[in-house]
Design a protein around this ligand. Sequence first.
Ligand SMILES: [Zn+2]
Length: 495
Amino acid sequence: MLRLQLRKACAMSDHKANYPHEFVKFLNACPTPYHAVHEIKKHFDEYGFKELSERHSWDGVLTRGGGFYVTRNDSSILAFTVGCQWAPGNPIAITGAHTDSPVLKIKPVSKRSSEGYAQVGVECYGGGIWHSWFDADLSIAGRVMVKDQKTSNVRSMLVDLKQPLLKIPTLAIHLDRDVNQKFEFDRENQLLPVAGLESQSSESSKSCEQAAPQEGEFFSIKAVVERHHRDLVDLVAEELGIEVTQIEDFELTLYDHKPACLGGLHREFVFSGRLDNLTSCFTSMHGLTEALKTGLEKECGIRMMVCFDHEEIGSSSAQGADSNFLPAILERILRFPAISDKSGSQHDSSLQMSVARSFFLSSDVAHAVHPNYANKYESKHKPAIGQGPVIKVNANQRYMTNSPGLVLVKHIAERAKVPLQLFVVANNSPCGSTIGPIIASKTGIKTLDLGNPILSMHSIRETGGSDDLEWQIKLFCEFFETYSTYESKVYEPST
Ligand SMILES: [Zn+2]
């Protein structure tokens, strides 16, 4: 049945996709990692993938020839297909990305006011270029924990207010004549958004009775309406069609209200926030489903894409790349009786054999050369927008690329006719890192770091390339389609 659906999905993907246009839609639908995972799930649902839960048994669901996905915390997702010819010990082709980006998150107690303005306390998440957040029209999105009025059960709901609600105003140049030479600000006190005028607040006219404990009631922490501006909580409740009293808590972040778009004289650019790293989430999800076109009948490996939360803060969480999310799912799949040895016999070492034959393409955006700061780049390694994915190399293992991996990816790219670029950071420059080293050291899986080049990484508004999307999707598709038959040509020692 599932195989049938996957085959039907191949027909769906036969039409030529307009990836830049699709990507802009995806970016605008994904203001937070929760929304990104939701959109990725929707994509795989359309292709007939089945959702698996870590809480339940996978008996009767997990089979050869099927497509599946698992989520954690609704902010990390792992999707995979099992080849019809899968045998224990066979290889797994994996792409990895991250769903999170540097943002301002609303604090647990956010209600502030000053000089007649209503303000919202925010916390810096990740290493953002925070000055780029000044004067942007900011909206709010995230997830809300909602109590069912009848059962008192609590469930999570996604919310996106889609309105320009907040502003972090700069100071007029007349009051700071040096601002064009030096723009400094205090992150706690001056990166504080304005949300309205207190004179317009409905707070005073609304009673907070429902927030106060009635006789015999006990609240461990103050109610949401006491911790945040009532008008903000009202907007959230209204958007979700629920009562304010149903809101138990929320995790809300700010985002640029200006939608993502294509730009440049020839629409060669994508202008948006969160290109780091929704770019790789988008390309790996399309790469995995594009690869279904050739079917899974002859496939002897597993193809997998995983997108983790929390890369921007070091990946240490229950659902980050440094968690057991990937290792636990790998172990669970590879030990699963229905896809273990057809004869029923188990190889004790089959899991380790699979790991040794697998490959992790760690995909995260790369630094495109900046025309006004070209001297910041290593002179022979200046990635250009529109020239294809960038392989990242670092002798100090901030990136995981080595020669065998580079040769493998080079050959895959040549078969797919995808141009590649090389990047190494200058010795006098700091170097970023990715989930690559974390996954490689945690699992022992061979890993290579690559990604599409962008400008203004970690700004509220980054710039990427329209054509690079299709290059990367083609590369990932070829990787998924051919890795299991090709890997031994590079990695099996010759005798
Ligand atoms: Zn990144």
